[in-house]
Design a protein around this ligand. Structure first.
Ligand code: HEM
Length: 482
């Protein structure tokens, strides 16, 4: 069967391997980015490799991104690729455990809940969570700490407080965080590859999920008894929203949507904030530039920002954007082919049963699109914004923002910069993530200066979870500002 794969001229080229069945799993697992870059040079934007009996067709560059993100749902689905992995974590009846049309409605409900009004409420909450944590844990004038651990706590506390509400936040350290952690441990590539293997988490995850459900059930019951309750968080939004056909979300769906949102944002935002801070700690000029820009935007004594001020913090914006270019937390976007699909402008057809894998980081770090692509240079974004403004003025057009990529705008699936994906499965948490990350960075930089731990330097990337994290322990030095 495997030889037939190599000989089939209708299919994309196949990466050679030596161990049947296992295929290229080891080479890919050790360094997925290096693997994709290397074989792209040899085979082009589309090629297939074997991994534990699965045929993975890699789709790279702007062409590959566009192909995967915009593929017709009748041919290519996310739910067939992800649900085995996500159902034990998110629970039943949400996201990939419902037909795609229902997911689209669930995403619409979330979007409506992430409104300007809610962001205005969330920013002071994120500031308070950050300050409370620092006051409790960063008590010295100077110390070297595991920064990823600290930031992960800041993200889970502020996301729980804002999205899930004050009752769940209050119980975070009375068991809820441990239950999340148990669920989280079944979110690894091993679980994607060995769905038939009885791994320990297959027993612990349902138990943890059931416990979380009962905690939420009590909160929901109490909220339902309140008359004229004002909607203040995402849980309220789920409890009061309706699908198009007029039916309401069940309590279990409301619970599981909350869990899914928290999980979708936790490691992604924690990794991004950590890499951003490490890069700041590593480059004095970037860090000082960000600090001075905060003063320019907010005033010498750096008052705490409100939601409306965040858009003026341009340098922090550039820093997050540049972090997501070089260190996007999601480097493998997966789909399953359910009906054979031809690759445009090629004679190849990808058969049903193959998985598709896009990796937007490959285009985002390709010198064809970005000068000096491996260098962390946040200023490249404001320079491009200025160039785009001039160009837009020249063209006298309001909606043409040209980032120097021909007709590819930041929102097009053809853009080489897609850390939040594109198309029907595009992230709905982008704005929330920017708000959370920029607010946390502002508070940290206002109160502390940061230096990289010289002995350890910048950490490597750890590819052992579905979200790429900095390799532990991630040490960094904080120095309290006088
Ligand atoms: C989807 C990245 C934060 C909720 C996605 C996708 C990417 C992504 C690449 C597309 C996945 C695919 O096409 O298979 C990120 C990054 C984040 C982040 C880089 C932070 C820096 C968040 C947050 C939330 C969230 C904070 C929730 C508040 C979602 C949801 C989807 C999604 C619900 C849709 C899944 C679908 O339609 O299949 N995200 N995300 N994300 N993200 Fe995010």
């Amino acid at each position: 069967i495997e030889q037939a794969l190599f000989d089939d001229p209708t299919q994309p080229p196949v990466v050679r391997y030596y161990v049947p069945f296992i295929g290229s799993m080891v080479e890919f697992g050790m360094d997925p980015i290096g693997f994709m870059r290397k074989h792209r040079e040899q085979h082009g934007d589309f090629f297939t490799f074997l991994m534990f009996g699965r045929k993975m067709t890699v789709c790279l560059g702007s062409r590959g991104n566009d192909f995967l993100f915009n593929a017709k749902h009748s041919c290519v689905t996310a739910e067939d690729a992800y649900n085995n992995l996500t159902k034990p974590v998110f629970g039943a009846d949400v996201v990939y455990d419902v037909p795609n049309s229902v997911l689209m409605e669930q995403k619409r409900i979330v979007k409506a809940g992430l409104s300007t009004k809610s962001f205005q409420r969330y920013v002071p909450m994120i500031i308070k969570e950050t300050n409370d944590y620092i006051d409790k844990h960063w008590t010295k004038d100077e110390d070297t700490i595991d920064i990823f651990k600290a930031i992960s706590e800041l993200i889970i506390m502020s996301a729980s407080r804002t999205l899930l509400g004050k009752e769940i936040r209050a119980q975070l350290y009375e068991g809820v965080a441990d239950l999340y952690h148990t669920l989280d441990s079944s979110f690894t590539p091993i679980h994607f590859l060995f769905e038939w293997l009885p791994l320990p988490s297959y027993f612990s995850a349902p138990k943890a999920h059931a416990e979380l459900e009962s905690i939420f059930a009590k909160v929901i019951k109490a909220r339902r008894l309140e008359t004229n309750r004002e909607s203040v968080d995402m849980l309220d939004v789920f409890l009061t929203s309706k699908y198009k056909d007029g039916t309401a979300l069940t309590d279990l769906q409301a619970t599981n949507m909350c869990i899914a949102l928290l999980m979708a944002g936790q490691h992604t935002s924690a990794a991004t904030t950590t890499w951003a801070l490490l890069n700041l700690a590593n480059q004095d000029n970037v860090r000082n530039g960000a600090y001075n820009d905060m003063k320019r935007a907010m005033g010498e004594d750096l008052p705490y920002p409100e939601f409306e001020n965040l858009k003026d913090l341009q340098t922090l914006d550039d820093i997050v954007r540049e972090t997501l270019r070089i260190h996007p937390p999601i480097v493998q976007v997966l789909r399953k082919v359910v009906k054979p699909i031809p690759i445009p402008e090629s004679s190849h057809i990808i058969p049903a049963g193959n998985y598709l894998m896009a990796s937007p980081v490959i285009a985002a770090t390709d010198k064809a699109h970005f000068q000096d692509p491996e260098t962390f240079k946040p200023s490249r974004w404001s320079q491009q914004d200025e160039a785009a403004e001039v160009e837009a003025e020249d063209k006298n057009s309001e909606n043409t923002v040209n980032y120097g990529w021909g007709d590819m705008s930041l929102n097009s699936a053809k853009s080489p910069y897609l850390p939040f994906g594109a198309g029907r499965h595009r992230c709905i948490g982008e704005q929330f993530a920017y708000i959370q990350i920029k607010t946390i960075l502002y508070v940290l930089l206002k109160r502390f200066d940061f230096k990289l731990d010289e002995k350890r330097g910048m950490p490597k990337s750890d590819y052992n979870s579905m979200v790429v994290l900095p390799e532990a322990p991630v040490s960094c030095r904080y120095i309290r500002r006088k």
